[in-house]
Every structure is written in structure tokens, then in C-alpha cells.
Design a protein around this ligand. Structure first.
Ligand SMILES: Cc1cc2nc3c(=O)[nH]c(=O)nc-3n(C[C@H](O)[C@H](O)[C@H](O)COP(=O)(O)OP(=O)(O)OC[C@H]3O[C@@H](n4cnc5c(N)ncnc54)[C@H](O)[C@@H]3O)c2cc1C
Length: 434
């Protein structure tokens, strides 16, 4: 807490005031700690559960010891604040009469919506899904964060006056076109995520039983809503192979084990990461280390340096042929369900609009320094974007920081004045640019 220069501030894209709330916790003043925590983070109950904590990787104590357990402290502050009834709606003091449509109710859209609403805007969040939450609800499994945690926060936002419209697909073949939205609202913010899955171009990839990870995880999460099991998309009794050694792969692993898979194997194309910080990833950067999540502790096997060369089977996949570095022969692994968790290729812009939006080399939406999309004409309301749609598949903490920053930039643009809302990030910045 007395570390001189607190590098954790920069490690966190939100610029969380970590030493301040650590000290308030030490003084057992949880109300003041909650105020300091919420000053920079709209939803600490999400990041307190789910963030990989780049702040801890940057903690000064971590140079020679275990870092401060910042994420756990954040969780405690947030939960105690809810339990004590401190987390109350903060409706705007003055309505400014300006309307904003936010397309996408994931963490980026929600953070922006809350900031803008509290500043007096009339805010409507539209989402294609039946419920708000984005990947928090339909990607991340219940065993990592219960959906009730999202609903609790949405109640606060509803009481603040944010309007939610669910089951509304924005796009030329959807329920409302983006052009109509831009005619109706004074500004539009795109927070549509990066949903196009990266698939595998190897023989047999069209066999039944080979699915993008999100198809599987979404179906599993939907069971919570409908109560009806989805046998076609269940891992029950199956040999499951997951392609991709990252967090999405781990979520598939935990879900498949819970559904009663016969076996679960997670394959990663890269070599096994180191167990401690390599010299090429020094403090205070976030190192890529070997991770054991709670899902890994529950079972399944992991293989590294494993390249899939073919899927085998008649109609449905039965085996996966892999080449594992250091082994002379190809191996056929039994697999009657294959989940591809190999990352995402940016937002699905073709279903969003007939306009060709400018994109980055990584196929994400290109925005200017003010989070604005140059959509080629200015006879309609301005268009802004943030979150995974701009950064590419990332983390909740980045989505929140981008949502807050885009809200600040929109407010500046729409009010034609000085900055009133915090803008922790420039588009495409890393924390160390701040
Ligand atoms: C399986 C999985 C697990 C993850 N686990 C973690 C984790 O543990 N910790 C972490 O920090 N990060 C995690 N992430 C990453 C994190 O969830 C994302 O970075 C974050 O959700 C991005 O937020 P977003 O608001 O930009 O987009 P999203 O959460 O993707 O939300 C976008 C929303 O836009 C809506 N939408 C899209 N197009 C339209 C349209 N045309 N009309 C209407 N609505 C539309 C979608 O329905 C969706 O609700 C995980 C990601 C995945 C896939």
C-alpha cells in the first residue's frame, strides 16, 4: 500500500485507484472503499470475479514476492457494498433531452450506457439476444459467474432510467436498420463485440459434431433460461476434444465435464507456457504463464504443440488426427464432439449494415481518436464504437474502459464542450500508453 509508485494503476486499463481502496479496506471503511472503486469501474463485481488481473502482474510487491491480492479485495468491496445496500441507483440530476442508442448489451455497451445515462442522456440499449449481458451471459459459464450477478446490476441501471430492448437485431435483415437508428437517435454507439469465430481449414472440417466453442457455450448457458436440456449440443457421454488452450477452451472444458462427457482433451498448438515469468516478459508486464483454472482442477487432459491435421469420421466426427511435436507418429484421438476455441476474427459487420465501414488490419472497426466511426456521410447522427468490436476479442476490463472512454468522447462531442466524463483510454491504447 506504500509502494511509492503504484504500477498497478497503469496495469489496469481502468486506472483503478488500487492503493487508495486497499488502504480504506485496511481501515475497515468499506463504504468509502466502494466509492473509490466505483469511481473508476462501473461493475467491479464482474472484474472482481473474472479479470485475469493485469494489476496484480504489475504490483510492486510482485517484484520479489507474491503480489497483493487486488482482485480478491475488489470482489470483497463490491460484494460488501451490495450486501450493505450501498449500491443504489444514481439517476441523472438533469435530463438533457439528447437520445442515444447503444447497440450491444455486453460489458462495453453497459458501461457506456450507465455513464451516459448518469450524465443526463436518454439511453436505449438494443441487443439481439433475449437477455442483456453479451458474453457475460451467453459465453462465460455459470460456474465462473452466476447470471444473477448480471441481473442485480441491470436492476440498478433500469432504476436509473436506462431502457433495454432485447431480441432486437440491428441490421439490414434484422428488426431495425442502423440507418433507421441513426435517423431516430441523436447518436449511436456500436458495442457489438467480436463474434466471428476462427475455424480450422483441414480435411473433414464439415463433419457433424465440429462446432465453434461459442455455439456450445451459448447452448449450455441457454439451458439455464429454458430449463430444457439441449441433447444435440450436449457433451454428455461424448469424447470431447477442445482445440485451443486459452480461457474459452477452459470454459468449454468445465462445461463439458459438468455435462458428463466421457473424456475431455484440450489441445493447444503452441508449446506449454512457462510456470514463472520468463526474462522476455519482465515485471510489470502481464506474462503468458501456464494457467490452472478451476475447470482444469476438475479433470480433463491437456496437450501442447499439437497440430490438428484432419478430422475423421463418416457423417459425424469420430477421431481427430494430430501431430504432436517431438512424437514421430501421427495420433488419432477419439472425438465425437470437437469444440473450436481458436479465437475470433472481429465483429460481424456484414449483418450489421450494408455500408462498408473502415476496418483495422485485424478486421475490427476503425475509430478515430474520439471513438467515432467514419461512416462516409454526415447527414445522419454520428456513429461511435467501442469494446471488442474495436479492440478485437479481449477482456471485460478493457470493454469497461472502452465503454467509459467512448461515453466521455460522445458527451464531449454532443455537448460541444470540455470533458465531463472520465476517458481512461485512447482507442487501441495499451495501459502503458496512458
Ligand atoms: C467463452 C468466453 C469466456 C470469456 N471469459 C472471460 C473472463 O473470464 N474474463 C475476461 O475478462 N474476459 C473474458 N472473455 C472476454 C469478454 O467476455 C469480452 O472481452 C467482453 O464480453 C467484450 O465485451 P463487448 O461488450 O465488447 O462485447 P460482447 O460481450 O460480445 O457483447 C456484444 C453484444 O452485442 C450484441 N449484438 C451484436 N450484433 C448485434 C446486432 N446486429 N444487433 C443487436 N445486438 C447485437 C450481442 O448480442 C452481444 O450481446 C471471455 C470471452 C469468451 C468468448
Amino acid at each position: 500500500m506504500d509502494c511509492g509508485i503504484p504500477f498497478c494503476h497503469n496495469g489496469c486499463p481502468l486506472g483503478n485507484l488500487i492503493p487508495e481502496w486497499n488502504d480504506l479496506v485496511y481501515q475497515e471503511d468499506f463504504a468509502a472503499a466502494s466509492e473509490r472503486l466505483h469511481a473508476t469501474n462501473n461493475f467491479p463485481e464482474f472484474t472482481g470475479r473474472l479479470c485475469p488481473a493485469p494489476c496484480e502482474a504489475a504490483c510492486v510487491l510482485g517484484i520479489g514476492d507474491e503480489p497483493v491480492s487486488i482482485e480478491r479485495t475488489e470482489y470483497e468491496i463490491a460484494e460488501r457494498a451490495f450486501a450493505a445496500g450501498i449500491v443504489q441507483p444514481v439517476p441523472p440530476v438533469v435530463e438533457n433531452g439528447v437520445s442515444i442508442a447503444v447497440v450491444g448489451g455486453g460489458p462495453a455497451g453497459l458501461a457506456a450506457a450507465q455513464q451516459l445515462r448518469r450524465a443526463g442522456y436518454g439511453v436505449t440499449v438494443l441487443d439481439a439476444q433475449e437477455k442483456i449481458g453479451g458474453l457475460l451471459r451467453y459465453g462465460i459459464p455459470e460456474f465462473k459467474m452466476e447470471k444473477s450477478i448480471i441481473d442485480r446490476r441491470l436492476t440498478q441501471m433500469l432504476d436509473e432510467g436506462v431502457e433495454f430492448r432485447t431480441g432486437v437485431v440491428v441490421g439490414p435483415h434484422g428488426d431495425i436498420s442502423l440507418e433507421d437508428l441513426r435517423d431516430t437517435y441523436d447518436a449511436v454507439l456500436l458495442a457489438v463485440g467480436a463474434t466471428r469465430p476462427r475455424l480450422l481449414d483441414v480435411p473433414g472440417n464439415d463433419l457433424d459434431g465440429i462446432l465453434p466453442a461459442m455455439t456450445f457455450l451459448k447452448a449450455a448457458n441457454r439451458v439455464l433460461e429454458t430449463g430444457a436440456p439441449n441433447d444435440a449440443l450436449s457433451a454428455s457421454g461424448r469424447h470431447v476434444v477442445i482445440l485451443g488452450g486459452g480461457d474459452t477452451g477452459a470454459d468449454c472444458l468445465g462445461t463439458a465435464l459438468r455435462q458428463g462427457a466421457r473424456s475431455v482433451t484440450q489441445l493447444e498448438i503452441m508449446p506449454e507456457p512457462p510456470r514463472s515469468r520468463p526474462s522476455t516478459q519482465p515485471w510489470p508486464t502481464m506474462p503468458m504463464l501456464f494457467k490452472v483454472t478451476s475447470a482444469h482442477e476438475e479433470g480433463g487432459t491437456r496437450e501442447y504443440s499439437a497440430v490438428t491435421t484432419a478430422f475423421l469420421g463418416d457423417e459425424r466426427v469420430s477421431h481427430l488426427r494430430v501431430e504432436i511435436e517431438g512424437q514421430n507418429e501421427l495420433r488419432d484421438i477419439p472425438a465425437d464432439m470437437v469444440l473450436i476455441a481458436a479465437g475470433f476474427l472481429g465483429p460481424d459487420l456484414t449483418t450489421l449494415s450494408t455500408e462498408a465501414f473502415p476496418t483495422t488490419p485485424r478486421s475490427s472497426l476503425l475509430v478515430n481518436d474520439h471513438w467515432m466511426v467514419d461512416a462516409g456521410h454526415d447527414d445522419v447522427s454520428p456513429l461511435f464504437a467501442c469494446g471488442d468490436a474495436v479492440r478485437g476479442q479481449s477482456l471485460i476490463v478493457w470493454a469497461l474502459a472502452e465503454g467509459r472512454s467512448a461515453a466521455g468522447a460522445m458527451d464531449r462531442y454532443l455537448q460541444g464542450g470540455a470533458a465531463r466524463l472520465p476517458e481512461p483510454l485512447h482507442p487501441y491504447a495499451t495501459p502503458w500508453d496512458a
